[in-house]
Design a protein. Sequence first.
Length: 586
Amino acid sequence: MSGSDKSRVQRRLAAIVAADVVGFSMLMGENEEGTLSRIRSLRQDMIEPKAMEHHGRVVKTTGDGFLLEFSSPLEAVQFAVEVREVLASRISDIPDRSLQLRVGINLGDVLVEDDGDIFGDSVNIAARLEQLAQPGAICLSAKVYEEIRDKLPYRFQDQGEQLVKNIAKPVRVYSLFDDNLATRHRSLTVPDRPSIAVLPFDYMSENPDGEFLADGLSEDIIAALSRIRSFFVIARNSTFTYKGRAVNVQQVSRELGIRYVLEGSVRRSRDKVRITAQLIDAATGAHLWADRYDGTVEDIFDLQDRITTNVVGAIQPSIRAAEIERARRKRPDSLNAYDLVMQALPYVWSLDAASNQAASNLLDAAMQLDPTYPLALSLASWCSGQRVIYNWSQEPERDRLDALEKARAAADLDSDDPFVLTVLGAAHTITREFNTALFLLEQALALDPNSAWAWNRSGWLRTFQDDPETGIEHFERAIRLSPRDPTIFNSYAGIGDAHFVAGRYADAVKWLEKARVAHPKATWINRFLAASYALIGQRQEAERCVQRLLPIYPDLTVTAVRTGPPFAKEVIDRLCEGLRQAGLPE
């Protein structure tokens, strides 16, 4: 560095705040000008004034992000908390115009240029902390936490040491979560029966070929434990949100409302596998059971069964071996088919058109290898059903029949698998054969009372059958069984639609807005949301919902809506009247 360069750079200790807007790309996709205007207002009306109040400054903005500098870590945290509280109140008051931030805060030495820009490892760490933060949360480095922990009345969660990109040493992270999120987690009381979460098993080998084997191990153990009626088992869509993250079992227990946590790892070397597993009492941190299993890839299903049996024996020895035996799925004939199904699973539950196509391609390949694999057939059926439900299909009648055909084929092969029965029930719901669907879903829930997805499908069916109160109860059961589910918005929307069926339009707005904020790309939510706003006299908000619908569904009309969702005629009449008032073309 030359002498002139040195004159333009100074060093100082600073608290650095990095923040970004949650879901920026989706918001831009919905409304570019509106989103940029809201972010500009966020900076001018809140970020800059609040920073000045706390003796800080905005260093720069980067599209959806903000970088700020404070002389005190205490002031930096107070700034972040106050901004978060204002934004949280806006979400409940005017969700369509609200924004949500993720925030990272670090304390360290920075280099400051003449133009005020700052850089250095301390800035990079703040940016990495922001990327680790959940929506609405604030992540602190250990340096910041040590400075403020006894000076501010906030609750922090230790997330342990995290490896972050381009930083040599692990960073210890503490999270200050959104109050609404923390309240929801605190309200999850531990059930009075054995309750367990199976975390995704870590894959410890360099060769990536075995990662889906590790995912499948966790998936099948969850499926087996779920079918033991005396257990309360968290759904895989929630537990897999912890994949790749360093979390402690006490945190998992608080967030999911359970007592026991099963975790483990898989190592693979060619055809050899080594599996370690341990069962922990999250309330005390005590290890109840741990073991190591060595075998070949072909032994994987036997190893899964041994782990399941040992977990059950450690928690509730009185359960009979016959009940554990009944909990096992039909195994595929081809391990390659099994691996393809495990690869497809994340795409199946992503609930967007591109992921649906990716899942269908993988499942088609799996069925070519093993045409008699019930799980592959069921998942392929549900992919066809998704295309009908979410209006992605170019040939809805063909996909409707394909969903039913594949679901029936799976049930012919394994009529005692609750997932298979749930898919068949969903297929009959799509074809409006409600009595058959009800029988199948009740049978699935009798076999697996822990299936969040079966409770969700049952909630929709009951709502379609003009029984909204039971529908709401079933959606609530689904939420409790999978409280961190990325598809939880679907149950929120179901509760909203159930309130609409019951004529409680203000309650419908509350839940449908919650669903829309949770997943803005689920444009179909705006159908009932627009009608609900119109029927409580909020015409402007209703029209905004229609404006969100039409770019995605340009041919949508009131007449077309009548042929869509399988609700009772009287409900459809009210829906169409609301949409008419909201300005949807006839």
